[in-house]
Design a protein around this ligand. Structure first.
Ligand SMILES: [Zn+2]
Length: 223
């Protein structure tokens, strides 16, 4: 819980800092806002994705490629928190739709940031993206232990050399869900590529006696 408060404070501080970031479009470099009008239009035309992860429907606000991938990496790796709103608005709408279509009493849970990623970044991208989409940060699944090194890396050279079986084996048992017995659950994360992290979140909810009715993410590759 202490972690959550710390993140909330940091998100607020970063939102203020965002007002003073240099104003060049992240998409094309034009001296303008974080995202110029032309790039906003391109973003609006990007396709959604629906796929299955561990037998559960996953709604992605965007396909993880091109401009969307660039913007998400700028937010996550360079702290461009001013991108949380353009990226988060469609994400927030999907989260609200998932909750509206779920049975009453549905529980919203998010995948926690990896400990390594949180330390490196010092802020929480999922929380920022949810705030950008007007969604209050939900409870988080608990991280029991860190995945074996490289298992969660969503891009980079290490991943291709690992087999799917190795990635799953390195991730199983890393998350735990609490207080979901007999409940319907919607799970959130920012990016889904291999799907092993989201699949682990689904496993954790099922192991705790809950039922995952949908997963929602900002961006996903084709699954
Ligand atoms: Zn632009």
């Amino acid at each position: 819980m202490g972690d959550d408060r710390e993140y909330a404070w940091q998100d607020a501080a970063l939102a203020v800092l965002g007002l003073f970031l240099p104003v060049a479009c992240v998409g094309c470099g034009t001296p303008d806002r974080a995202l110029c009008r032309a790039c906003r239009t391109v973003l609006d035309t990007q396709g959604r994705r629906v796929r299955l992860v561990a037998g559960v429907r996953l709604d992605a606000a965007f396909e993880y490629e091109g401009l969307v991938r660039t913007l998400l990496l700028e937010l996550k790796l360079r702290g461009r928190v001013d991108l949380a709103r353009p990226l988060g608005s469609r994400f927030g709408a999907l989260v609200r739709a998932a909750l509206a279509e779920a049975p009453p009493g549905v529980v919203l849970l998010r995948v926690p940031p990896s400990r390594r990623g949180a330390r490196r970044r010092g802020f929480d991208p999922v929380g920022l993206l949810l705030a950008g989409g007007g969604v209050r940060p939900p409870r988080s699944l608990r991280r029991v232990r860190s995945p074996d090194r490289g298992a969660e890396r969503e891009s980079g050279s290490g991943q291709k050399e690992r087999s799917a079986v190795e990635r799953v084996a390195a991730t199983v048992g890393t998350l735990r869900a609490v207080g979901v017995a007999g409940r319907d659950v919607v799970i959130l994360d920012d990016v889904v590529t291999t799907g092993v992290t989201m699949a682990e979140a689904v496993r954790a909810v099922h192991a705790a006696g809950g039922r995952v009715v949908r997963c929602v993410t900002v961006a996903s590759v084709d699954g």
